[in-house]
Ligand binder design. Sequence first.
Ligand code: 5GP
Ligand code: MN
Ligand code: MN
Length: 326
Amino acid sequence: VREADWRRAAELVRGAGDVALVCHVAPDGDALGSMLGLGIALRRAGKDVVASFGDRRFAVPRLLRFLPGQDLLVPPADYPAEPELMISFDVPTVDRLGLLAPNAGKAAELIVVDHHPSNTGFGTVSLVDPGAAATAVLVEDLLGRLELPIDREVATCLYTGLVTDTGSFRHSSTTPEAHRMAARLVGAGLRTDEIARELWDRSPFAYLKVLGAALSRVVLDQGAAGGAGMVWTYVTRGDRAAHFLPYDECEGIIDVVRRADEPDVAVVLKEDDDGAWQVSTRSKGGVDVGRACTLLGGGGHVRAAGFTSHETPERTVARLRATLDG
Ligand code: 5GP
Ligand code: MN
Ligand code: MN
């Protein structure tokens, strides 16, 4: 991040009365945590803050409902059409703004806070650092430059972003600075045990049944990805309907599937309530799944990426396999 961009961002935020925040569609812990963390701090500083994300079905995923600051959220229909100052979080490309892309297009100023290497620089000010473990890292930096305090609520939001994007400090993105930031946030009084339980140790019983269905048809394709190998499975709308399990409860299935040690690549295809397939891909590092998913119309990081498909799981996996080999 250029020093001039940090200064310009701080100046814009200080001068603004109203601030409109946005994160990517189907928000994860980093997207929502970064947005709400800054939102809480700006509201305390006397700003008028609204926050949203551009999903047609506007709902915070159940496992993120413990995050403070959700009273800042407004549905996309109630979002300012031409914001004076808009700030986006964890959004690499305009299409990831979903329904709120037109609002961003009309914003007088748009500060983009992100850590995706694929970020297109679509804002008027770019706070983008692909070396940052999470967007939350950049938000902590921005709060420091604004001289705004990080209290327990803000810390809970930022820690959630950090801990989800580093996979509890297990992924290669876990830098010494990520641990130092965690130490600072824990110092603000948050409960790491409670956050970990909310994020990873709570699922409805139905999750176990749907996980079982997904695992019953898991495939190990050792020839895929140039011999690096791929493990894959899928979850249908029918699987979920049989057990009344909401779509967003299936996010953790990829973390079970990727435990298979033999292949480098793990894939889980999840059918949403509209019949579209959201494809989650993970790599142990030898294969760049981000590149493949970008070629298939999605995006992401080298080791964690995704895209949307409207074909059957078999055809989608064949397409992904060809892209990984190509
Ligand atoms: P997940 O598999 O957890 O849904 O997503 C992993 C990562 O892949 C996300 O952090 C995001 O960067 C990226 N990603 C997932 N789905 C999409 C998509 O449809 N489009 C884009 N551009 N990126 C995606
Ligand atoms: Mn994200
Ligand atoms: Mn992120």
